[in-house]
Design a protein around this ligand. Sequence first.
Ligand SMILES: [Zn+2]
Length: 341
Amino acid sequence: MELREATPEERRIYYTEEWSPGEIPDFLVASIAQREFGFDHDGTGPKDRYNAFPDVNALAGFLRERAPYSAYSSVSYYERPGKREGYLKAELVFDIDAKDLPQTLKKCCKAGEVCEKCLDIAKTFILTLKDIFEGDFGLKNIHYVYSGRGYHVRILDPDVMDFTDVERAYILDYLTGSQELKGSPKVDRWLAPRGYTRVFKDRLLMMLEAATAEDLMMVEGIGKTTAEEVMRNKEQIMEDLKGWKNFAIETDKKTGVIRKRRFKALKDILGEARYDRLTDFVLKQNASMLDAKVTVDVKRILRLPSSLHSKAGLKCMLIGDLESFNPLRDAVPRFVAERRD
Ligand SMILES: [Zn+2]
């Protein structure tokens, strides 16, 4: 199926014949009166800001009448949303856009483009976040949204909504793996599968799985010979990572606290300095996948679930079952499915 931009006529058909307010998630309906809404009417960006609606009917009337190119709502709640005044609290959100995936993972299409394969990579990434949020953090009020070209994670647990921007940045650090986890050989077997190291291991694994020798050569100090040696030993390296085994552990002699934990097969090839440069490289890539501005800046607006992503010609929508969700089957508007050209 070819993804292409929706015409103004198709937008009108979508909002008058297909869209229904029942597709707006309950968590948004319940807080409509406290959110700021933004609209893009011509594809040049959401310039129509500071809109507020008293209820879902008022919003529905606006969408049906204007059939906007894009529709957004704030992640923040305000006393006076139409003025963006009286900040109350904000969802914690994460945005993974398939068009911006790092080059080492995205080998299917050009930067800025999106296809079935990179949408799938983005979903794999979201599934690892789901494990962390629901498993490690025990969060309950989490919603997964297909954004039209990627995924949003929206968290509304009460204590999380009160996080400051500093606390939001801290969570982001944790997810990219830049928080060090301290342990000792004795407690390592409990600590190791959790926290920073597991998050980081998952990312390293994802990157190495897709990596070519050329990708590895993007890391400072890794030349052709070394990169090819890593590729030759990839099976063993991946096995260590997957099984979470065969570490070279460096401990502080006095306290016994672990200072560094390196996968042995990979460390034997790279040595310590280049190993650490590779892990720094993966950290940076992780950070680039999670758009920090979206998570930390509570003034942000996010695409409204149920609205049309006109550029992609797909629906932005709340996802029921993330594992089985397939955007190119589940987020296709009727007018696209019925296109004959
Ligand atoms: Zn692609």
